[in-house]
Design a protein around this ligand. Structure first.
Ligand SMILES: [Mg+2]
Length: 265
């Protein structure tokens, strides 16, 4: 069921709702408050469905959620049955495209799913079963960040293959042009038949740009060393706010400010 609330929170997870140690504690109290107000918290993440399920259970969220950077959207009907909307290209097709890109630039772009357990733990901090949940991908292709001198060539090649590459803080993501966080929000709005929704969007890195662009209130969540400067540059010319505190602490403060403002107007 999609909430008929006139305010939606659409939030990235890694680095935004929780820090890089996967701590959700600072945001929990605020999420309980939002639930009492009937405001949905729609997680919009590069994580897989298997990973998000655990976070949703932990936060006791029942709202729809966007996974794999907008590759798919899931939700539940009132009877508990699941619905899904697929926007992305399949993993196997994206894998072929990544290989073609590698050949073209003469540099091996390495999928996250080909890292050894130790390498993946070093990169993500995840261990054991969490690594398997992360590898349960269907609609997106995360890969190791290539050196930035390939950016121009890759940008040109993406046009040819009808894909986008989003560079995150830890890794890059290859996606179909038809699937990103912003397009997923639009699909969800269409499905909801709920007009005049005010969306508060929160994210911390360039893969959140489409999320923020499609939000009425754009919030950049800072990290320990401040906000992501590439994202700030990309947002130039638009109105947005930046959290003072990092990660979940910043999330909590910004959500509280905006909700309080919207409820009083
Ligand atoms: Mg993030």
């Amino acid at each position: 069921m999609i909430s008929n609330s006139k305010i939606w929170i659409v939030s990235d997870v890694d680095g935004t709702l929780m820090d890089h140690f996967y701590d959700l504690t600072p945001a929990k109290e605020t999420i309980n408050w939002l639930q009492r107000l009937g405001v949905p918290v729609i997680l919009c993440t590069s994580k897989t469905k298997s990973e998000v399920k655990i976070i949703r259970d932990d936060l006791n969220l029942k709202d729809p959620y966007i996974v794999e950077n907008g590759g798919a959207i899931y939700g539940e009907y009132t009877d508990g049955k699941e619905w899904e909307i697929i926007l992305g290209k399949s993993y196997s097709i994206l894998e072929k495209i990544l290989n073609s890109l590698s050949e073209n630039i003469n540099f091996r772009l390495r999928p996250l799913n080909t890292l050894t357990d130790d390498e993946a733990t070093d990169l993500t901090g995840l261990e054991g079963e969490s690594l398997n949940l992360m590898r349960d991908r269907h609609w997106s292709m995360p890969f190791l960040n290539p050196p930035q001198n390939f950016d121009e060539d890759l940008k040109r090649l993406c046009e040819i293959y009808a894909v986008d590459i989003f560079r995150g803080n830890r890794m890059s993501h290859l996606l179909s042009k038809n699937s990103n966080k912003g397009l997923a929000i639009k699909k969800l709005l269409n499905k909801s038949n709920n007009s005049n929704v005010q969306i508060i969007g929160l994210g911390d890195s360039p893969n959140d740009l489409p999320l923020l662009i499609n939000s009425d209130y754009k919030v950049v969540i800072s990290g320990i060393k401040g906000p992501n400067h590439i994202l700030l540059n990309q947002l130039k010319g638009t109105e947005f706010s930046i959290s003072e505190k990092p990660h979940g602490y910043g999330w909590k403060d910004e959500v509280f400010k905006l909700i309080t403002m919207l409820l009083n107007t």
